[in-house]
Every structure is written in structure tokens, then in C-alpha cells.
Design a protein. Structure first.
Length: 395
């Protein structure tokens, strides 16, 4: 959901263009295997679970992000497939800045390749725990399992990360789901689908928003119809109603994740990313128009009509960052315990407006702007770089 500006930076979209959208890279979930002992600590040894969705009689629930967290997971980017190149040091600065900010409010765990643990710890400071668990890139939202509640316990649903359809090398990131759950002794369910955490937006009351482009796609789930995928999402995540938005195919590496388009602030209320006034229409703005049309004509899982609030992007001429893939969407915010984190792009008027909108909808939380220009230049945001583990469900 970005505004295009010229750059020489190698990013998630330029990787996609270089590959020509081909599925030539086959580093998929089949590469998952047992973690190497050196990469796990004494927390290892999680009880395993069968790879089936929730059996009949067991109630599974996908919570909302504003519910209590045990911790936030993040990933320390490595030099994977030349994605960051000369910008690696700068994107690491952004990641450390996010981790330190969230660490003021809740526990943060940073996954890093064993040889990079010490450097990551120095950058992030003592409030962040850095663990040796090999990763390729920083997109923890997509590589970490989706956490759900079942029978009073938190379990992790592993959606078989395959590099957004084989568009980027992910030899280590494909293993993150299994290894992290082993590390924290969290039961694992292997989903019958390939997807990513950024594809899902849930209100905690059974309503799931998702873009069709990001999952009903042969680069993730070849041969599966939307109806089949919807049924499997309901079983895997415990949701009751799936609302399908069109999204955009083939123009960014994620095929248009919902977490940069539309976000819940409470059941029945969503913030919708909108282009800066006067920006020429493109596939992204048309996707937002389509999403608004769908949401205005449907109800959530409890029968409520949606309240839709526009969340306008900054003026592209006032953005301090750069890049033809720059993600200028405030919708990629992250809700933590007692705080909401959103990007600060440099357009003071738009930054202030977005902060005010979020403060209005989260009046009891601090709203904390963070500069993430390098992450945004790569087509991502704060939500893409974080993944929440929910607190223990109430008895």
C-alpha cells in the first residue's frame, strides 16, 4: 500500500520484480526440521500436537491484538538474498528502535542468528531478550505462528511460511514456526494452508478480514478454492465469519496483506488506509475503495454493521524516507500492552492526524510514533516487524 518514489535500494518489491513472479525458489515448508541444539536454550522440548485443525467439541479462538500480551517477538535481519545490502545497518537500527520502544511496555524477544546475538543485544539494550534462533529477515509477523486459545491454553498455528510464494529465500524463516514453539514449550498445530500472519485481521469475536490475493493464490495454495480455504481458516483459527477483500496480486511480495489496508480498533470499528488527497488512482487506492465497499455492505460475526474511519496517508512530497516501495500506510500500527506504536513519516500534519485518530480509538493507551524509514522503504511497517503472543487465557 505504498507510494512509489525512485530508488536504487533492493527491497521486497524489487526482489519480486527480479524474480519475475516465478516460483523458482523452492525453499518451502518442507525444509522445516528439528532445530539444531545450539540454536535453542533450556526452554526447548515443547509437547507436540497432531497436525490436524481443532477436532469437534474443542473451542478454538483467535484473539484481538488489543488483548493482553505475554510478549512481543521480533527478528534481527540477516543479509538474506541480498535484500537489504548496504541498508542492512540502517534497517537494524529501525528494528532496535522499535524493540526498545515496545520494551518499555512489555517483554520483547528478539530472534537472531547465533553469531549475531551479541551485536543485536548491544543494539537493543538490556530490556530486550535476544535469543539464538536463526532467521533470514525481519518480518516476524509472517514467520512466527499465529497464536490461538484452545481449552484454556495458548497454542501456535504454523502456517507453513514459504517466502510469500517462493519469492524470497527463507531457509531459516521457514523453520521459525516449529523452532520458536519448541523454544517456549507451546503446543504446535500445523495448518493445512500456506499463509502469513499479516494476512489476518481479527476482532477477537469471530470476525476475520483477509485479502483474497494473499491466500487464494497458486503460489501458496495451488488448486484450493476460496470456499475450501475459508472452511480451513475457520477450523484452524476458530473464526466464525471470513470477510473477503480483493487485495492486489503480484505488485508486492506479500500480494497485499490486510494489515496495511484495514485494521480493527474494536469489534465493529475499523480504520481504513486511504491515499493522500490528490494522489493519482492506482491499484492500491482501488483496493481500498473495494474494501470500503465490501465492509459497508456486510456485517461482522455478531451481526454489527461496520463503522469505517479513513486513515489518510501522508503527503508523498513531505515523507522523509525514500524508495519506490515506501509503505506510507499508518494502518500498519502495532497494539501492545498499554501502548500503540505507529510510524512517523515526516509530514507533521498527517503524522499528527494519524496519532490523533489512534488516540481517539485507544484513549487508555499511549500512542507512540517511531521513525522506521528504512523498514518502510522495504515495503513494511511496525506491524510487519512484530508478532504478539497473547497472555494466558482466563480460566
Amino acid at each position: 500500500m505504498s507510494f512509489f518514489r525512485p530508488t536504487r535500494r533492493t527491497t521486497r518489491r524489487t526482489v519480486l520484480r527480479a524474480l519475475g513472479g516465478l516460483g523458482a525458489l523452492t525453499f518451502g515448508a518442507a525444509a522445516c526440521g528439528p532445530a539444531k541444539p545450539a540454536e535453542l536454550t533450556a526452554r526447548s522440548g515443547a509437547a507436540s500436537r497432531p497436525p490436524e485443525p481443532s477436532p469437534a467439541g474443542r473451542k478454538r479462538r483467535l484473539g484481538a491484538e488489543w488483548e493482553s500480551h505475554t510478549r512481543t517477538f521480533m527478528a534481527w535481519p540477516a543479509l538474506a538474498a541480498g535484500v537489504w545490502e548496504e541498508d542492512l545497518r540502517y534497517v537494524r537500527q529501525d528494528i532496535a528502535r522499535i524493540a526498545r520502544a515496545i520494551g518499555e511496555y512489555e517483554e520483547v524477544v528478539m530472534m537472531a542468528r547465533p553469531a549475531q546475538v551479541a551485536a543485536a543485544q548491544r543494539a537493543c539494550g538490556s530490556q530486550v531478550e535476544v535469543i539464538p534462533l536463526a532467521v533470514d529477515d525481519l518480518w516476524a509477523r509472517d514467520t512466527v505462528p499465529v497464536f490461538v486459545e484452545e481449552e484454556g491454553k495458548v497454542i501456535g498455528v504454523d502456517f507453513n511460511f514459504n517466502g510469500w510464494g517462493g519469492k524470497q529465500e527463507h531457509t531459516n524463516d521457514a523453520r521459525v514456526g516449529r523452532r520458536l514453539l519448541q523454544e517456549y514449550r507451546i503446543p504446535r498445530i500445523q495448518a493445512p494452508l500456506v499463509s502469513e500472519g499479516g494476512s489476518f485481521e481479527c476482532d477477537g469475536e469471530g470476525t476475520l478480514l483477509i485479502t483474497e490475493s494473499s491466500i487464494v493464490n497458486d503460489n501458496r495454495n495451488p488448486g484450493k478454492s476460496r470456499d475450501t480455504i475459508e472452511a480451513e481458516l475457520k477450523r484452524s483459527l476458530g473464526v466464525e465469519k471470513v470477510i473477503w477483500l480483493a487485495g492486489v496480486r503480484g505488485q508486492d511480495i506479500t500480494d497485499a496483506h490486510v494489515d496495511s489496508l484495514v485494521r480493527f480498533t474494536e469489534p465493529g470499528v475499523v480504520l481504513l488506509d486511504r491515499a493522500h488527497p490528490g494522489t493519482p488512482p492506482d491499484s492500491w487506492s482501488r483496493s481500498a475503495d473495494q474494501a470500503k465497499s465490501v465492509l459497508s455492505r456486510t456485517t461482522d460475526a455478531r451481526g454489527r454493521r461496520f463503522e469505517i474511519i479513513d486513515l489518510p496517508q501522508p503527503d508523498p512530497d513531505r515523507i522523509e524516507g525514500e524508495g519506490d516501495d515506501f509503505l506510507s500506510s499508518y494502518a500498519n500500527f502495532y497494539i501492545a500492552n498499554d501502548a500503540v506504536f505507529l510510524p512517523r513519516f515526516g509530514d507533521r500534519k498527517a503524522d499528527g492526524r494519524a496519532r490523533g485518530i489512534l488516540q481517539e480509538h485507544f484513549p487508555d493507551r499511549d500512542v507512540v510514533p517511531i521513525v522506521i524509514d528504512t523498514i518502510a522503504s522495504g515495503g513494511g511497517g511496525i506491524h510487519c516487524a512484530t508478532h504478539d503472543q497473547p497472555g494466558r487465557p482466563a480460566a
